[in-house]
Ligand binder design. Structure first.
Ligand SMILES: Cc1cc2nc3c(=O)[nH]c(=O)nc-3n(C[C@H](O)[C@H](O)[C@H](O)COP(=O)(O)OP(=O)(O)OC[C@H]3O[C@@H](n4cnc5c(N)ncnc54)[C@H](O)[C@@H]3O)c2cc1C
Length: 381
């Protein structure tokens, strides 16, 4: 589900050559022995780190800075004009939900923050008409056309799993060519690592989809839809600052980081951050909880990245995708197949497929009552 690439990475203390850590845990100028940590970014990774530190107020003093006006990073929500028109008061922007394997996130939403994620089934339509309509709700002619590729894809997923370190650096389009898939089979995520693709099908802790060798996805996957993210993050911020050792500042860009420089040590720490253009602050540790491009930019503006950092961080392309969420039924019907239509059925002759198809068809007619596609999140109950 992710289309952006974030880097969550801690700049660990470095040695001064005598085997001692330069920053150490020794007393600071103010006499405190607490470790002072800077977290750059208040999206889910920065907030998770901050939350963990907030549980040890005797050990850490933490500042979370984010250049955006509110916390949440990519996870934002909008208030809708009226709840009567859309049947909801808000819409989560981009980030929608996850598979139930992320049980701990759901538990935290519910037990710590008081928000419940809802059960949904995910129905997908990528287009309209004989050549572009694909659905995980009922087998279409397009699925029939690619049935050989789909079967092969199931086998290749296991090959990728066996040689995961190799396939981690092979993007999906190269992998498809390597295994001679049909040229028009699956090119929507061509730059993503093949290992990530394999994991969303096979890894029990990352799994989003159930593979079906008949239909690619096994009917309608059970998912969880996140509650209103702006309120969740508001409450999360309150939980994080509750113990007094963590502060969270929005509208606060970190411009550069110097590590282990004379100027940094003169300020009594290992890390010297320039914030909001001119403000200089000293820390013992820094956690970059922002996209890889921003990390590289911050390091380049300061004491510079190591060659390894340059290579790793420069290798991750940050994509400024635009997500458009439509609620216009006429628009959606113009571009996507929104309702069940018999003419797109795959022609199935064998008994097993017929049984499967009848089940799909029942779900398919359910599909007609649901509004909103591309990624349809639709209540199971
Ligand atoms: C369109 C879309 C749909 C998605 N759908 C889903 C989904 O349904 N389910 C799911 O689980 N995931 C989804 N994801 C992925 C998910 O949103 C991300 O993986 C997650 O939000 C990343 O969190 P993060 O904390 O690592 O980074 P981010 O949320 O990107 O946070 C990074 C923060 O760093 C801040 N920052 C950057 N530079 C600086 C600086 N110099 N100084 C201070 N602050 C800075 C930014 O302002 C930002 O707030 C989706 C992503 C997108 C884009």
């Amino acid at each position: 589900m992710a289309s952006k690439n974030s880097a969550s990475y801690s700049s660990l203390p470095q040695s001064n050559g005598n085997g001692n850590h330069i920053n150490g845990n020794g007393p600071h100028k103010d006499g405190s022995k607490k470790k002072r940590v800077l977290i750059i970014g208040a999206g889910c990774s920065g907030m998770s780190a901050a939350y963990a530190f907030s549980l040890s107020p005797e050990k850490f003093d933490v500042k979370v800075y984010d250049k955006a006006p509110s916390v949440g990073g990519s996870a934002t929500s909008y208030q809708l004009p009226t709840n009567l028109e859309f049947g909801a008061q808000y819409i989560n922007d981009g980030v929608q939900g996850c598979s139930p394997v992320f049980f701990n996130t759901m538990k935290m939403f519910e037990e710590t923050l008081g928000f419940k994620a809802s059960d949904v089934g995910m129905q997908i339509s990528f287009g309209k008409g004989k050549d572009t309509f694909w659905s995980n709700v009922f087998p279409s002619e397009l699925v029939e056309e690619f049935k050989g590729d789909i079967k092969k894809f199931g086998k290749i997923l296991h090959v990728i799993k066996s040689f995961e370190p190799f396939f981690a650096v092979i993007p999906v389009d190269k992998m498809l060519k390597m295994f001679r898939f049909s040229p028009s089979f699956g090119n929507e995520t061509k730059h993503i690592s093949s290992a990530i693709l394999e994991r969303v099908f096979l890894d029990p802790s990352m799994r989003l989809f159930e593979f079906s060798e008949d239909t690619l996805l096994g009917s309608v996957p059970h998912m969880k839809a996140f509650p209103e993210l702006a309120r969740v993050y508001g409450e999360w911020k309150n939980a994080v600052i509750k113990n007094g050792n963590v502060t969270v500042e929005s509208d606060c860009e970190v411009n550069s980081i110097e590590r282990n420089t004379k100027a940094a040590r003169a300020k009594g720490g290992n890390i010297l951050a320039t914030v909001k253009g001119t403000r200089q602050e000293s820390f013992d540790e820094v956690i970059f909880a922002c996209d890889a491009d921003s990390v590289l930019k911050i390091l380049e503006a300061g004491s510079g990245p190591s060659w390894k950092e340059k290579k790793v961080l420069g290798n991750v392309l940050y994509k400024w995708d635009v997500t458009v969420t439509h609620h216009d039924w006429d628009y959606m019907c113009k571009h996507y197949q929104m309702t069940y239509d018999e003419k797109y059925n795959a022609k199935r002759d064998d008994e097993d497929s017929k049984r499967h198809f009848n089940l799909q068809r029942r779900i398919g007619s359910h599909f007609t009552s649901s509004r909103c596609t591309k990624m349809i999140l639709h209540k199971l109950k």
